[in-house]
Design a protein around this ligand. Structure first.
Ligand SMILES: NC(=O)c1ccc[n+]([C@@H]2O[C@H](COP(=O)([O-])OP(=O)(O)OC[C@H]3O[C@@H](n4cnc5c(N)ncnc54)[C@H](O)[C@@H]3O)[C@@H](O)[C@H]2O)c1
Length: 338
């Protein structure tokens, strides 16, 4: 009889230790997952949204995926977004990732996944930023929406050795921007200049990060991007159709991004076509189209489940070899058929 599978639990502090100690490998795992997705060695069906009619700000999303190549694991991330949490200093997002053995289908592990999710998002943003920005980059970073994804993205930009002349911060809640500014000082000895208006943050900024929780677009003035910046549009719903149409648009996966009332989805609904999307991040890495530095270049990643599998699988293997995984050998008490 095949041995009963062992089920592991990986708590958040272990996830953090593994990621902090292995940033280069995690960054490479994210890039490798994008490339596997591009080559057809993944399964990444549409995400499934649990929405609450009486609480439209909240949602829980299921992201099932399979990653082939050397990883050969399947799984699902189940991630909640409750933006009102932040008023009681509770993170907006919470998540678990279940990884499955791709040959037996058995669940292998449950990992705390809010950091895995933030990490794969931030690492992919840093990867995109370095490939769609002018080289060398010398300029100002603007952070619009100064929460956890912004913080994680700045950590990954710093890991990739970005240098900024200035960092401007804008948040509808200035106390959030003040927390972020203090964190920048404590962590990196950098100064964050808090702005009163969105246009003050974007003007002259060459890299603009959108990490808000807005449900609908508000940035309608093309002049805010007059300097043709690199835009990391991680929150997906900030930029109005006219500005999307005036920019070069790069996605992680076009079918995923043009869904769920993202700015790109609204643009498709208004124009009836997808011609405004130049291509994917892997198209950029492979130089399959020419970047246009005379226009804003907007990276809008929907966030692929295969990235969670890639980072989660790395974390699981590292935690098992360091003895930090919590093994539950009898979790599957009924695995013998007879
Ligand atoms: N594309 C992806 O793969 C991906 C992955 C993870 C998270 N996200 C998105 O990133 C966003 C940020 O997540 P987070 O965990 O950092 O959230 P968070 O709640 O920690 O921070 C969001 C911040 O944005 C501010 N904000 C809200 N609306 C604003 C507006 N119109 N202008 C300026 N500031 C505004 C809030 O005050 C808050 O400080 C969310 O929309 C989330 O869905 C995207």
């Amino acid at each position: 009889m095949a041995p009963a599978p062992i089920f592991d639990v990986i708590p958040g502090p272990v996830v953090k230790r593994v990621i902090d100690a292995n940033r280069k490998q995690v960054f490479d795992a994210v890039e490798a997952a994008y490339r596997l997705h591009d080559s057809g060695a993944t399964l990444n069906p549409a995400s499934y949204f649990l929405l609450y009619p009486d609480n439209p700000n909240a949602r829980i999303i299921a992201l099932p995926a399979h990653l082939g190549g050397e990883v050969q694991k399947s799984g699902i991330k189940w991630i909640s977004s409750f933006p009102e949490n932040i008023s009681s200093n509770l993170a907006r997002a919470s998540a678990v990732l279940i990884l499955n053995d791709a040959s037996t289908g058995y669940p292998l592990a449950c990992l705390e996944a809010s950091l895995i999710s933030a990490t794969r998002t931030a690492a992919s943003a840093a990867l995109a930023a370095e490939h769609i920005s002018p080289n060398p980059f010398e300029g100002t970073l603007a952070v619009i929406g100064t929460g956890i994804i912004a913080r994680t993205t700045v950590e990954w930009l710093m890991f990739r050795n970005w240098k900024f002349r200035k960092i401007k911060l804008y948040d509808v809640d200035q106390t959030e921007a003040a927390h972020f500014s203090k964190w920048l000082g404590d962590q990196f000895n950098l100064e964050g200049q808090i702005q009163d208006k969105l246009e003050d943050a974007t003007s002259d900024s060459s890299l603009i990060l959108f990490t808000t929780t807005t449900l609908g677009p508000y940035l309608a003035d093309k002049e805010l991007f007059a300097q043709s910046p690199t835009v990391l549009h991680l929150s997906l719903r900030d930029i109005c159709v006219n500005v999307i149409l005036a920019s070069q648009n790069i996605v992680d996966d076009v079918d995923h991004c043009l869904k769920a009332k993202t700015s790109l989805h609204l643009t498709e609904m208004e124009t009836g076509n997808r011609n405004f999307v130049s291509g994917s991040l892997v198209d950029v890495l492979e130089k399959r189209f020419k970047l246009d530095h005379q226009r804003p270049r907007i990276f809008s990643p929907f966030g692929l489940g295969v990235l969670d599998i890639a980072v989660g699988s790395f974390v699981l293997e590292a935690a098992k070899s360091s003895g930090e995984a919590i093994e539950l050998p009898d979790f599957f008490g009924n695995s013998a058929r007879w």
